[in-house]
Design a protein around this ligand. Structure first.
Ligand SMILES: NC(=O)c1ccc[n+]([C@@H]2O[C@H](COP(=O)([O-])OP(=O)(O)OC[C@H]3O[C@@H](n4cnc5c(N)ncnc54)[C@H](OP(=O)(O)O)[C@@H]3O)[C@@H](O)[C@H]2O)c1
Length: 250
């Protein structure tokens, strides 16, 4: 059967997704496979990765465990990778800490995974020539990294703001190679990251009403923005932070 026109297709692309064992990364990996990509999923938890592998459509996918904050595991991951056409740097962690308590003990681990790990991973991909010409890189940042300033989020927001800044420098430096670098900045999304914390379900329900579209995001809402940035549909887009937040930051 003849293929239908689809500028968002990821046919014949190999896409690496970090944080693919849960939440936004998990759904992004599955949706990328449904759009035709061969997907390489990575996370720390082998069992969770195995369950994602079972949901990937198509053939030739790869699952690799690694803690991205551990230099030896990061290097090993890079060695095992083929050349990739797309990279989604989604692994990250949240924290809510009043600024007075935001000392280096709390700050460093969040910066390790939210900022240093994705930036170093991208640097190593380039150094080891694992990025295909005209590859697309997508950092998963947050509205906390652009203009949503909320109480208790100074560490998390600063780590994501740093990521957005690095993204723009990389976009400029890699443009001669036609490699595009962008970020997505989600508002609150229903994943493990926002569940089970200090915030009750009633508080979440009240918070949702502050969103013009009156709901939190679902992982698919973010995955589809990422697919746009990975695909040829965005071939003239680089250095951009795509806010996906149900109108929260209007
Ligand atoms: N949910 C939201 O409201 C929201 C809003 C804005 C931005 N974001 C961002 O979206 C990204 C994904 O978050 P999520 O909501 O999908 O959270 P999640 O369900 O908790 O998923 C986090 C993912 O990151 C991985 N990860 C964490 N630490 C890691 C490490 N040291 N090494 C390797 N992998 C590690 C986890 O792997 P394991 O399962 O193996 O631990 C998991 O796959 C994060 O960068 C987050 O900051 C989320």
């Amino acid at each position: 059967m003849e293929k239908r026109y689809n500028p968002f297709s990821l046919d014949n692309r190999t896409v690496l997704v970090t944080g693919a064992s849960s939440g936004i990364g998990r759904t992004t990996a599955i949706e990328c496979s449904r759009m035709g990509a061969r997907v390489i999923i990575t996370g720390r938890d082998q069992a969770r990765l195995d369950s994602v592998s079972q949901e990937l459509e198509g053939e030739g996918h790869l699952s690799l465990t690694a803690d991205l904050t551990q230099e030896d595991q990061l290097n090993q991951l890079i060695e095992q990778l083929p050349v990739v056409d797309g990279v989604v740097l989604c692994a990250g962690q949240g924290t809510v800490v009043p600024f007075k308590m935001a000392d280096r003990k709390k700050l460093d681990p969040i910066f390790e995974i939210n900022y240093f790990a994705p930036v170093e991973l991208l640097r190593l991909l380039l150094k080891k020539k694992k990025l295909a010409p005209a590859a697309s890189v997508v950092f998963v940042s947050s509205i906390g990294g652009v203009d949503s300033i909320t109480i208790g989020n100074s560490i998390y927001g600063a780590s994501k703001a740093a990521l957005n800044s690095a993204m723009r420098f990389c976009a400029l430096e890699l443009s001669p190679k036609k490699i595009r670098v962008n970020s997505v900045c989600p508002g609150m999304v229903n994943t493990r990251l926002i569940q089970g914390g200090a915030v009750s379900e009633e508080q979440h329900q009240a918070d949702m009403l502050k969103y013009p579209l009156k709901r939190y995001g679902e992982p698919e809402d973010i995955a589809h923005g990422i697919i746009y940035l990975l695909s040829n549909a965005s071939s003239w887009v680089t250095g951009h932070s795509l806010v996906i937040d149900g109108g929260y930051t209007i």
